[in-house]
Design a protein around this ligand. Sequence first.
Ligand code: GDP
Ligand code: MG
Length: 373
Amino acid sequence: MVKLITTRPKEKALLVGAFRNGESPGSIMELEALAISAGAVVVGQITQKRSAPDSAFFVGRGKVEEIKARSEVEDVDVIIFDDELSGAQVANLQELTGVRTIDRTNLILDIFAQRAKTREAKAQVELAQLEYLLPRLAGRWSHLERQVGGIGTRGPGETQLESDRRQVNKKIEHLKKALKEIDRQRATQHKKRGEVYRISLVGYTNAGKSSLFNQLTRSQAKVENRLFSTLDSTTRILKFPYFPKVILTDTVGFIRKLPHHLVASFRSTLSEVLEADLLLHVVDASRPDCREHIAEVKKILVSIDAAQIHEILVPNKIDQVQGGALPEMGGGFWDIVPVSALKGTGVLALTNKIEAFLKSIAFQQQNGYRLSS
Ligand code: GDP
Ligand code: MG
């Protein structure tokens, strides 16, 4: 995959979003945060209301002209679409506007590639990038063939495409094997740990998971006001009088339209979530759209088969909530404990609640009840 924003910092980006009626503009605001996170300067946004995406350009032809004009005026380096584009759409847009065009998935993959530190995270991101690229190879070549003009070019074009595909597939197989091996090693390590309880922090990116992790463990996980600063899970032991071995894990945050390839290849990192006895679902309660964030996280939990695990909802940043009144957070939680991970407010109450939960499942285990609800 082409390196996008990483190589030249402060590239000028123009954002483009298309909305169906009733959709919230939250997604494009988030795209702006993502673009900034990747090191770009956002010079403008262009949106369009559409019922269905245009097969050639995603947006309407007139919109493309507007995008082109705006790109020229602002001297834009990269156009970023809020939705996933096909290879052909990217090629068409680039041809018409003369500006490099990427989509939200591409941008998120790029940020993940920048942040990946360990061998595992790097392999997971690369796998997701290649799987994103694979179906787009064809679009590229058929587009080139059309440009060159059919006869005579088709043979070499297809050969090139075939060999590209073969190479990408080979790389994918190789990465999958490497990841399986890392996964196997982890499984053996887990077995050695013996009888323990596991708790995972989950939540939207920037909700305050790492801050809460630090409060609960008094350690120094990286806290940053940027998206996806935590890609690898961090683990610490929590100590309770009756439960000397409770493992707390800080995980990667979730976001709307998280590329499905990324979710798939981060499955093993997310397996920490799957193995948990309890999830601390952290949400930024100071955001007006916090319910949407909760719903999005729930959706991802369903997609990784973690929906049956008990959750304590932890509305965070209550120091920032106007008037101190929390919005309605919805149901489906074992309990709800508001905190300020920054100030430490409510952290003791949360610790007590965690202990109460552990007692209840220990009681169930002693009496032979099933663990999951
Ligand atoms: P994560 O992405 O969920 O791990 O979030 P972080 O723990 O990295 O925090 C994201 C940002 O929110 C950082 O700038 C934190 O300082 C800030 N933050 C976290 N908890 C609180 C809180 O309780 N109150 C306020 N005001 N800010 C917080
Ligand atoms: Mg974090």
